[in-house]
Design a protein around this ligand. Structure first.
Ligand code: URA
Length: 240
């Protein structure tokens, strides 16, 4: 176990992605958490190096150093830890990250752009929880020129998979011959949402890039490259 600082038990459980901090407190109160074999009775316990923590009898692995990266995902990579069809996953791009990290949220196989990679389960839950999803910004190259009315439809919500999308933001950025670039900001994270929204107003997405998650911007990070997030960026994401 790579762990040498004390950490409050609820944070330790949350960091392993088992539950939120609040959920961890509830598990402790329900007597489901044991430390070195004994049921934990102190909710404020600080986990020490070498402690064996179990939840519902299952050993909590982890408490590795928490690491946070921004990756510019190229097209042709799947956003998951493993792929049953043997395709490349975004984790294959991280050549010098020994921690057991995972991507936060999903981008489609063909989508490029900003993806957060971490081993902090609590941050992952926070950023993807449906009750408070953060705004995500995409730039889509589409096969036509949407008019004002169509952009307004995107903003107000369109029906995809039988359900209306939540209010969004949509701006025409630039015309590109018979195509155009449209910036779309959404808070939800439904399956292929931007592509389906664009189809709902009569066009097709030709290329899609995520340019920001909240205030965290992709910037000049090259496709396939990644960088560590700064302490301020990490703090921002935890509180956004
Ligand atoms: N919306 C999509 O359609 N695809 C993505 O990858 C992300 C958002």
């Amino acid at each position: 176990m790579i762990y040498n600082v004390r950490m409050r038990i609820n944070k330790y459980i949350a960091a392993a992605g088992v539950a939120s901090r609040r959920g961890a407190d509830e598990l402790i109160a329900a007597g489901k958490v044991r430390v070195n074999g004994a049921v934990l009775t102190q909710p404020g316990y600080d986990v020490k190096d070498g402690d064996r923590v179990t939840v519902n009898g299952k050993l909590i692995e982890g408490a590795e150093r928490l690491v946070y990266y921004a990756l510019n995902k190229p097209a042709g990579y799947i956003t998951s830890a493993r792929d049953e069809f043997g395709r490349q996953t975004v984790l294959n791009l991280l050549t010098d990250v020994p921690e057991r990290v995972f991507p936060v949220g999903r981008l489609d196989y063909e989508t490029t752009g900003l993806l957060i990679i971490t081993n902090d389960g609590e941050l992952g839950n926070h950023l993807t929880h449906p009750s408070g999803e953060v705004w995500k910004t995409y730039v889509a190259r589409i096969n036509g020129h949407p008019d004002r009315r169509q952009l307004e439809e995107l903003r107000r919500g369109v029906v995809i998979d039988g359900r209306k999308t939540a209010p969004a933001q949509a701006e025409l950025l630039e015309l590109d011959g018979s195509c155009s670039f449209v910036e779309i900001r959404i808070r939800e994270g439904r399956n292929r949402q931007v592509r389906k929204m664009v189809e709902a107003i009569g066009f097709r997405v030709l290329e899609l890039q995520r340019t920001a998650i909240g205030e965290l911007r992709l910037g000049r990070l090259k496709e396939g490259s990644y960088r560590k997030l700064t302490p301020d960026e990490i703090e921002y994401l935890k509180n956004c």
